[in-house]
Design a protein around this ligand. Structure first.
Ligand SMILES: Nc1ncnc2c1ncn2[C@@H]1O[C@H](COP(=O)(O)OP(=O)(O)OP(=O)(O)O)[C@@H](O)[C@H]1O
Length: 663
């Protein structure tokens, strides 16, 4: 029978004594655990990250150099949360810096760098990967050896929906490593694709795409997408091709940790299992109900017995039974919402408030949130302890406007301020042309981004006599800099480069949009500009993901509503510039409230969490799978320490609210 050494020795065995908290018996047991493989599965806020930090600090106190400790996570936010927990329990900043705290991806990149030889370019998003996907589609369409041509559905050029579907398959196949693990290593057939649950064409495209990405070399890709380093390293491990001697491999690491282990997918698991081939301590923590990346293959089973099944380790499970973050009332709400046991050990109270909001007026959602923040401010509480969590970025337009009008400083996480989103910058550019007032955008970086937005959405081809030796990219760079540095020439740039350098139909739409902005006034003006521009078509031309294209339209609807309050387009244009300047000065003066999407605060906590816009069709959103939406909501509500404010639509409230409050 295995008995935890910590239980035998008791709490006094711990050498590291934390600041700010008094560890419980359960925490001390993990802090002192001597088994080599420790797993902790516990509720949100039950001190998983803190206890991992305690374990790291204990090892350091016992003489393990912090650099011999490596903690891996999936996201940068989780990395940040672990470093914050180390600091909170009193580990000196210099020591915190020396601990290895990496994402699987950054770890994989650092290992592969040694093998790659030359640097492999990173293509960070769907827009950057798009051309390679089209190349792969062409390769599949042109393949004369294709045996199941009738089964292929080749999309037409420009169909971003295909790119989105492909990238989803790409991420899922790589996260799950389905093709790599598949015993049936023969050619891809329609039956084989169907048996794995994928579309045949997309599977063919995946194979072609990977050939292109590898450029004919097994071990030196031409580029990598956002999670490709994890996949490439996992493949090498699976094929037993990882060189035995690698300087970048963390041979000297004695302690290995994984935080937020529910984010693990097969590729990450292979890397972890390889790291655990060597004799080193392992502690992993997670919460199966916080799986929000299943599209990338995240699977709660990796918190199960996978390590025992695939390696020669015996798992010792420890528990952290109660949450310290929130009190019994919120723990009860978690029990109701997730149908699981959740208790609290918190010494502070948590108030859950629910307000009904209307579509506009004094009881609009943003007015209510602003009212709550004002109360918080009046009580002299820190604004940075107040987080407003949104399900969709477009919801920030009305909220940011309300915050600016109320002189409340804020920062955004997980998305840009709406003023800096490309579609809003394009509209700002058109209004600047119409009003001939580009000079009143006082930040040159914003002016650059406005000009770039023209190029981005309109696919402008720059003509420059005498500079034919330059590429389009270089010409565009020169044009952008020239206009940003000398804003009075925006109108010339628009007339001579944009209107002449784009498709004639688009030129007509752009001209019509500027004409409306010059000649018309009234509350519907901006909606008309957006309509005549056919922003939906422009968005479809550049954004791969449908959700992103919907965000564009959502952002513009929000902008049109804001515009309705202004007498003329010039006034509205000026108000956006003023808002930007005000946002900067408020931010410089004080750290503000946090406006974030839920995923970007996973692992973090705030004294006050506000969740606005809880309406049917918004949260849960129409798109996501219901379990993932439910997990997102659970992550959001469990970020709160003292106050959780929920704002539910008066006539169409989100069903999640009733489920958690029981009313
Ligand atoms: N023994 C303790 N006494 C009081 N507070 C504690 C104790 N241990 C941890 N905490 C506090 O409880 C809160 C939640 O801890 P932590 O963030 O580690 O939880 P978690 O389980 O990792 O959360 P999540 O599931 O959201 O990632 C933090 O404020 C932490 O400082």
């Amino acid at each position: 029978m295995s008995v935890s050494v910590a239980t035998q020795r008791g709490p006094q065995a711990a050498r590291f004594v934390p600041r700010n908290i008094t560890p419980t018996e359960e925490q001390l047991a993990i802090q002192n655990a001597t088994e080599d493989t420790v797993l902790v599965q516990a509720n949100a806020g039950a001190a998983k990250t803190t206890t991992l930090a305690l374990r790291m600090a204990e090892s350091w106190t016992r003489g393990v150099h912090p650099a011999q400790c490596l903690a891996l996570t999936y996201t940068d936010e989780a990395r940040e949360a672990l470093r914050a927990a180390l600091a909170k329990i009193g580990v000196p900043a210099a020591v915190v810096r020396q601990f290895g705290v990496e994402t699987f991806e950054s770890f994989a990149r650092s290992v592969l760098r040694e093998l790659d030889g030359a640097a492999v370019p990173l293509k960070a998003d769907a827009e950057a990967l798009k051309s390679s996907v089209w190349e792969a589609i062409d390769a599949v369409a042109d393949n004369e050896d294709e045996r199941w041509r009738d089964e292929l559905v080749i999309p037409s050029m420009g169909d971003n929906g295909t790119i989105e579907a492909f990238l989803r398959v790409d991420r899922n196949l790589k996260g799950r490593m389905l093709l790599d693990l598949d015993e049936d290593d023969g050619p891809t057939t329609p039956e084989h694709a169907a048996s794995l649950g994928y579309d045949y064409t997309l599977m063919r495209v995946f194979k072609a795409y990977e050939r292109i990405r590898r450029g004919g070399h097994a071990d030196h890709p031409v580029f990598r997408g956002p999670f490709d380093a994890t996949y490439d390293l996992a493949r090498l491990i699976l094929a037993k091709e990882l060189p035995a001697r690698l300087d970048a491999w963390p041979t000297g690491v004695k302690m290995l940790m994984v935080d937020e282990m529910h984010d693990m997918n097969q590729a990450m698991h292979l890397i972890l299992a390889k790291l655990l081939d060597a004799k080193r301590f392992f502690c992993g923590v997670g919460d199966v109900d916080q799986v929000i990346y299943s599209a990338a293959g995240a699977d709660a089973r990796f918190l199960g017995d996978e390590l025992e099944r695939t390696g020669n380790r015996r798992i010792k499970r420890y528990t952290l039974s109660a949450s310290f973050r929130y009190d019994a009332s919120l723990a009860k709400a978690v029990t109701r919402f997730k149908a699981k046991r959740c208790t609290s050990a918190s010494t502070h109270g948590t108030v859950i408030g629910t307000r009904a909001y209307d579509d506009g007026g004094e009881m609009s959602c943003e007015s209510l949130v602003v009212g709550e923040i004002r109360k918080w401010k009046t009580a002299r509480r820190k604004l940075s302890g107040f987080a407003v969590l949104l399900r969709h970025p477009h919801q920030s337009v009305a909220l940011e406007n309300a915050l600016l009008a109320a002189d409340i400083a804020y920062t955004t996480r997980g998305f840009d301020s709406y003023l800096m989103r490309p579609e809003i910058l394009l509209i700002r550019g058109l209004l600047a042309v119409a009003a001939d007032r580009f000079t009143s955008v006082d930040d040159d970086r914003t002016r650059r981004r406005v000009v770039e937005a023209f190029a981005f959405f309109c696919n402008v081809r720059i003509a420059a006599a005498g500079q034919e030796h330059l590429t389009q990219h270089e010409l565009l760079e020169l044009a952008v800099s020239a206009v940003a540095d000398n804003p009075v020439i925006l109108a010339d740039f628009f007339r001579n480069q944009v209107l002449r350098g784009v498709d004639p139909a688009l030129a007509r739409r752009l001209t019509a949009a500027v004409h409306i902005a010059r000649t018309e006034t009234g509350p519907d003006l901006l909606a008309k500009v957006v309509e005549v521009l056919r922003m939906d078509l422009l968005a479809a031309g550049v954004f791969v993901e449908e959700a992103r294209r919907e965000e564009v339209m959502g952002n513009l609807r929000g902008l049109a509503q804001s515009a309705a309050r202004f007498a003329t387009p010039a006034d509205f244009f000026q108000s956006l510039n003023d808002a930007e300047a005000k946002q900067r000065s408020l931010r410089a003066a004080s750290s503000g409230v946090v406006v974030a999407d839920v995923a970007s605060v996973k692992g973090l906590e705030f004294d006050h969490v506000a969740m606005p816009y809880l309406r049917q069709g918004e949260f849960p959103g129409a798109r996501g799978t219901s379990l993932e939406e439910e997990n997102l909501f659970y992550v959001g509500m469990t970020r709160a320490r003292e106050v959780l404010s929920l704002y539910a639509h008066r006539t169409q409230p989100s069903p999640f609210v009733a489920r958690m409050t029981g009313k």
